[in-house]
Design a protein. Structure first.
Length: 105
Protein backbone atom coordinates (compact mmCIF):
# COMPACT_ATOMS: atom_id res chain seq x y z
CA UNK A 1 0.00 0.00 0.00
CA UNK A 2 1.30 3.46 -0.93
CA UNK A 3 0.66 6.29 1.53
CA UNK A 4 -0.54 9.59 0.02
CA UNK A 5 2.31 11.57 1.59
CA UNK A 6 4.85 9.14 0.16
CA UNK A 7 3.47 9.70 -3.33
CA UNK A 8 4.11 13.45 -3.23
CA UNK A 9 7.41 12.98 -1.37
CA UNK A 10 8.65 11.13 -4.44
CA UNK A 11 8.07 14.20 -6.62
CA UNK A 12 10.90 16.68 -7.25
CA UNK A 13 10.81 20.02 -5.43
CA UNK A 14 9.46 21.56 -8.62
CA UNK A 15 6.77 20.92 -11.18
CA UNK A 16 6.84 17.31 -12.32
CA UNK A 17 7.47 16.18 -15.90
CA UNK A 18 4.57 14.29 -17.48
CA UNK A 19 7.04 11.50 -18.29
CA UNK A 20 7.63 10.92 -14.55
CA UNK A 21 3.88 10.60 -13.98
CA UNK A 22 3.73 7.96 -16.71
CA UNK A 23 6.59 6.09 -15.02
CA UNK A 24 4.79 6.31 -11.67
CA UNK A 25 1.87 4.39 -13.21
CA UNK A 26 4.18 1.41 -13.72
CA UNK A 27 4.26 0.97 -9.92
CA UNK A 28 1.94 -1.89 -8.92
CA UNK A 29 0.02 0.22 -6.37
CA UNK A 30 -0.61 3.23 -8.65
CA UNK A 31 -3.73 2.99 -10.81
CA UNK A 32 -3.53 6.45 -12.36
CA UNK A 33 -1.06 9.35 -12.32
CA UNK A 34 -1.99 12.17 -14.69
CA UNK A 35 -1.36 15.87 -15.06
CA UNK A 36 -4.37 18.14 -14.71
CA UNK A 37 -2.55 21.39 -15.31
CA UNK A 38 0.63 21.23 -17.39
CA UNK A 39 2.77 23.69 -19.27
CA UNK A 40 5.15 23.00 -22.12
CA UNK A 41 8.71 24.01 -21.34
CA UNK A 42 11.09 23.11 -24.08
CA UNK A 43 10.77 19.45 -25.01
CA UNK A 44 8.69 18.43 -21.99
CA UNK A 45 5.37 19.11 -20.29
CA UNK A 46 5.60 20.08 -16.62
CA UNK A 47 2.61 19.63 -14.33
CA UNK A 48 1.81 21.66 -11.24
CA UNK A 49 -1.52 19.93 -10.56
CA UNK A 50 -1.88 16.15 -10.72
CA UNK A 51 -4.28 13.36 -9.83
CA UNK A 52 -2.74 10.18 -8.43
CA UNK A 53 -4.94 7.21 -7.57
CA UNK A 54 -4.33 3.99 -5.67
CA UNK A 55 -6.86 1.34 -4.61
CA UNK A 56 -7.31 3.17 -1.29
CA UNK A 57 -7.26 6.86 -2.22
CA UNK A 58 -7.11 9.41 -5.00
CA UNK A 59 -5.30 12.67 -4.32
CA UNK A 60 -5.09 15.98 -6.09
CA UNK A 61 -1.55 17.21 -5.66
CA UNK A 62 -0.74 20.88 -6.23
CA UNK A 63 2.71 22.45 -6.50
CA UNK A 64 3.48 25.90 -5.14
CA UNK A 65 7.01 27.34 -5.37
CA UNK A 66 6.89 28.59 -1.77
CA UNK A 67 5.45 25.44 -0.18
CA UNK A 68 6.28 22.62 -2.60
CA UNK A 69 3.81 19.79 -3.22
CA UNK A 70 0.72 19.45 -1.04
CA UNK A 71 -2.48 17.42 -1.08
CA UNK A 72 -5.22 19.83 -2.17
CA UNK A 73 -7.98 17.23 -2.14
CA UNK A 74 -8.29 13.64 -1.00
CA UNK A 75 -10.94 11.11 -2.07
CA UNK A 76 -11.29 7.98 0.05
CA UNK A 77 -11.51 4.89 -2.13
CA UNK A 78 -12.55 2.38 0.52
CA UNK A 79 -15.53 0.30 -0.61
CA UNK A 80 -16.03 2.41 -3.75
CA UNK A 81 -15.63 1.75 -7.46
CA UNK A 82 -12.29 3.06 -8.71
CA UNK A 83 -13.93 4.93 -11.61
CA UNK A 84 -16.21 6.84 -9.19
CA UNK A 85 -13.24 7.76 -7.01
CA UNK A 86 -11.30 8.94 -10.07
CA UNK A 87 -14.25 11.01 -11.35
CA UNK A 88 -14.63 12.73 -7.98
CA UNK A 89 -10.90 13.51 -7.85
CA UNK A 90 -10.99 14.95 -11.38
CA UNK A 91 -13.97 17.16 -10.51
CA UNK A 92 -12.09 18.44 -7.47
CA UNK A 93 -8.91 18.97 -9.50
CA UNK A 94 -10.59 20.93 -12.27
CA UNK A 95 -13.16 22.79 -10.21
CA UNK A 96 -15.77 24.53 -12.35
CA UNK A 97 -14.02 23.66 -15.60
CA UNK A 98 -16.31 22.57 -18.41
CA UNK A 99 -13.87 19.73 -19.20
CA UNK A 100 -15.44 17.58 -16.49
CA UNK A 101 -19.09 16.65 -16.45
CA UNK A 102 -20.58 17.99 -13.23
CA UNK A 103 -22.85 15.76 -11.17
CA UNK A 104 -26.59 16.37 -11.30
CA UNK A 105 -28.07 18.11 -8.27
Amino acid sequence: MVEEGAILDAFPDSTVPKRELTELESHDDILTAIPVMAEERGPQELADRVVVQTEQVAIVGVYDEADGWRVAHRVDGADRATDAVFAEAMRAAQGDSSLVEQPEE
